[in-house]
Each structure stands twice: as C-alpha cells, then as structure tokens.
Unconditional design. Sequence first.
Length: 406
Amino acid sequence: MAKNRLRRVIRRGGVVALAAALCAGAIILYGARNGGANGIGAQSAVEAKPAVPVVTEPLALRDFESVVVVQGTIEAKHTAIVSAKIPGTIEAIYVDEGDAVVEGETRLFQTDALKLRKAVDIARQNLEIARYGRQEKEAYRERLQADFEKAKIDYDRHQLLYESNSIAIDVLEQNQSRYRQALAMCKHAQSLVDLAAEQERQAEASLAIAQKDLGDALVTATLTGKVTHRFLEPGEMAGAGTPVVRIEDTSLVEASAFLSSQYYADVRPGETIMRVTVHNTGVGEVPVIFKSPTINPKLRTFEVKCQIKDPPEGVVSGAMAHIAVLIAQHRGFGVPKGAIQTRDDRSVVFHVEGDTARMLSVTTGFESGGMVEVQGEGLREGLSVVTMGQFQVEEGSRVVVRRENR
C-alpha cells in the first residue's frame, strides 16, 4: 500500500513539473513578443545592419567620342611599274630591290641596243643622202634658171625686132617657144628642189625616231622612291609593255579602310579624323582625304583614306593598320561603366548625401575609355557618385565613404 501511494505522488509531481515548464515557456515567448512590439527587436535589427563602405568619385564633364574601329591597309600613294619600251633581251639591270632611285636620273635597265644603233647609223646616212640630193636639185634649178634668163632676153629682143619689121614672125615664134620651155623647166626644177627638201625632212624625222628608240632602250626611273620588286633578270626577253621593276614612293603613304554604309553621311573629307596605329606604332590623328563617291552595293561598305607623310619606321606599304575613325565628339557627364546599376529595369547611379545613399535614374550615351556618358535630372558637376560598393546599396542605405577619388 505504501509503495502504491509513493508511486502516485511521484506521478503527480512529474505532471506538475511539466506544467510549470510549459508556463515558463509561454511567459518567455509572450515577453519576447511584447518586447518586439515595444521596439526593442527593431532596434536590434537596425544595429545588425552596419553602414556599407563605399568609394565615391565627383561627377565631372568629359569628352566623349563616337568611334568606329576597323582594320585597314597601308598603301603607297605613288607607285610606278616600269616596263620595257622597246622589245628585246634585257641586257642589264642596274638596280636591286631596296635601292633608292631618283626620277629621270637613276638608270634602271637596258635592252639589247645593237640593232637600234645600226638603225640610227642607217637613218643618219639616209639623211646625208637626202641632203646631197637636195643640193643636186638646187644646182640643176640654178642652171635652168640661167637658161631661162637668157631665153627671156632673146625673146624680148626678138619682140622688138619683130615690131620694127626686122625679123619674120616665124623667128619670133621660135624664140617665144624657147622662152616658154625654159620657164617650164625652171618650174620643174623648183618642184624637184621642194621634193628633195621634203625628203631631207623625212630623213631627219626618221633619224630622230631611231635615236629615240635607241634612247628608250635605256630606261631611267619614272618616280623618286625605292625599288620594291624586280620582275625580270638580265638575259630574259622583254616585250614592249612588259613590267621589269616596280618603284614606290615610301615618303608618302595612305591608310585605307572600309566602313559600313550607315556611317557614310557622318564622314566628311578634310574634317573627319582617322587615328592610325601600325604594329603598336602610333601615327597620330590624320584627316580623311578621300571618301568613295558611291557605296558598294554588294558589301554595303565604302572606302576612306588618309595620307601619312614621312611615316615612322614600320609604317610601310602592305602593313595592316588599326584605324579608329572619329564619327562624333562632344562633352557630357561621365561615370565609370561599373557605377551604373539596374534597378526595376532602369539604369541608375547612387550618390552620397551625408551618410545616406540616394538613387538617381539616368540614361546612357556614348562610351569612351571605360567611361559612360549619363544624363538625367539631378546630375550636377561635383556630385559624389558611388563607384565601388554600389552593388550592396539601395535607396536610403547607410554608407561610410572610405575613399573619394579625385
């Protein structure tokens, strides 16, 4: 009996202890809820969010550019492919690739001139024969002129004798006939002299042609520059017009590139700037001097060119060029590209007022050198824009400026 009573007491004690524990828990929970309602929990939440460290940069006006970057080619402005003028065997070539030549002075090559020298000798001999022939015709004319003058004197005398009835009419007619024959012979002799003079001039022209052909056998430079290629070697046959050497003026080159047709109206020769770089060698800013008058209908592109005088080492014909064509340029507010955030499908930047981040909606424009042009209400010069830490802030976030870039 005593044992059963002890068991009942223990059981009742356990139930009481459990009930006490549940009451204590309810009281604690109720106290926690009442504490939150009184602001104690909110204060703890605020204290749990420390100020966000940020880096700022003052908003400033910058130069922005619209640039089209393309690959282009360096070409010589002046190039001459020198050909043989007279067909024949190449007798000698006096220049090698890389040699500097001067227009009209430097000898380039010589074709076989033996036949041409003989042609000059023959033409000179023909000219001498023509001169002797003219002299012979002139002497013949002088002799007939003397006969004519004697015939004229005889005719005039017999005319007077006939008028005085001293001679018969037949004698007068015979003298008149000799006079007319002498006059005709003089005219014929003069025509022979004129013909001989023309033949002499023809011989002179033939000699000049032969001499020119002989001179053309030796070809001199037609352009001041450097020899860039030899097409033939001594002993090879060259026809008239066959290329033998190529000369390029290396002191003046052009940078050529092709742009999309959408930029055609934006490019203005003499105004639009091209920035040219060849193998890390900057040439500088050079104005466009040429724009294609038409657009290629298949590729929808057009060509632009600029000239480079006395180019630096390495900027030579055939080199690939990195070309940036400056389409437009103006000033505006700029921020680093990373400072622009997207919130609710709109572009924004954050700026700092005291210790609070404020959000401004912006629209973007040109991008140049890692900076993006921004426009929007509230933007002003000197505004402290968050450039680092912007990913962790929202409108009204507490911030602490660790550094301000100037």
